[in-house]
Design a protein around this ligand. Structure first.
Ligand SMILES: Cc1cc2nc3c(=O)[nH]c(=O)nc-3n(C[C@H](O)[C@H](O)[C@H](O)COP(=O)(O)O)c2cc1C
Length: 218
């Protein structure tokens, strides 16, 4: 696009300068003709570049997003991304959770955040080009029966209009239960929210494959 703008500016300047003088002589006419040809070439090259980029993006329409503090959810997210050939994004807290922060039922940081409806822990970094994705698979651990509040931060940080979101979680024993319903409530009505699934810590890639086949994203 910069090339096109540069070429147009050069061309307009050239024509303006020429127009201010007398009727172009033969040498000037050749130069104008060369300028026109260069402009046409630049526009056509830029069009090719643009369509190549667009096609590249169309190959990566699913984004697997995950948050994992103790490494249980992470491998499952990676399996899903590998199976789908999807991009993957880790939600990294701006302030990392220490072991003490996660010692639940001790009034630890995680306990307090889960009890606070307003808590929205900050995320470090962001997803580039969320517009490129039409399906988001989001994985999180269950914290006191719900998604960690940082997942709320994530869902409130982007425009998911008209996208499909598929949640999954890991836990010791709790089901995905109302955690997914409460996340769904944060989303625009145009979001297609698919039923989520809970996995245990010993989940294999094969089980993730079966789940991906079941939700049938294609
Ligand atoms: C603050 C906190 C609260 C938790 N609450 C629950 C719970 O309500 N039910 C449950 O089955 N597991 C609970 N767990 C266990 C986690 O859900 C489980 O270990 C999960 O797989 C961890 O995922 P991760 O290793 O990807 O962070 C809790 C863990 C933490 C740190």
């Amino acid at each position: 696009m910069k090339n096109i703008i540069g070429a147009i500016i050069s061309f307009v300047m050239f024509v303006t300068m020429t127009a201010c003088g007398n009727v172009p002589n033969e040498e000037m006419q050749i130069e104008i003709s060369e300028a026109v040809n260069n402009l046409k070439k630049t526009v056509s090259e830029s069009d090719t570049e643009w369509s190549e980029n667009t096609e590249g993006n169309m190959n990566t329409k699913t984004l697997v997003v995950y948050f994992s503090c103790t490494g249980t959810t992470e491998p499952l997210a990676k399996y899903a991304a590998e199976i789908l050939g999807a991009d993957i994004y880790e939600i990294v807290p701006e302030k990392p959770y220490t072991e003490a922060d996660l010692a639940y039922y001790t009034d630890c940081r995680a306990d307090r955040e889960q009890n606070d409806p307003q808590a929205r822990p900050a995320i470090s970094g962001s997803v580039e080009n969320m517009d490129n994705y039409d399906t988001i698979i989001i994985g999180y651990p269950i914290w006191h029966g719900q998604a960690p509040k940082i997942i709320y931060t994530f869902l409130e940080s982007y425009d998911f209009s008209n996208k499909t979101i598929v949640p999954f979680c890991t836990s010791h024993s709790s089901s995905i239960g109302s955690s997914a319903d409460n996340l769904h409530l944060l989303c625009d009505d145009s979001v297609t929210w698919l039923e989520g699934k809970r996995f245990g810590g010993d989940t294999s890639k094969n089980e993730i494959q079966k789940w991906i086949d079941y939700i049938d994203l294609n």
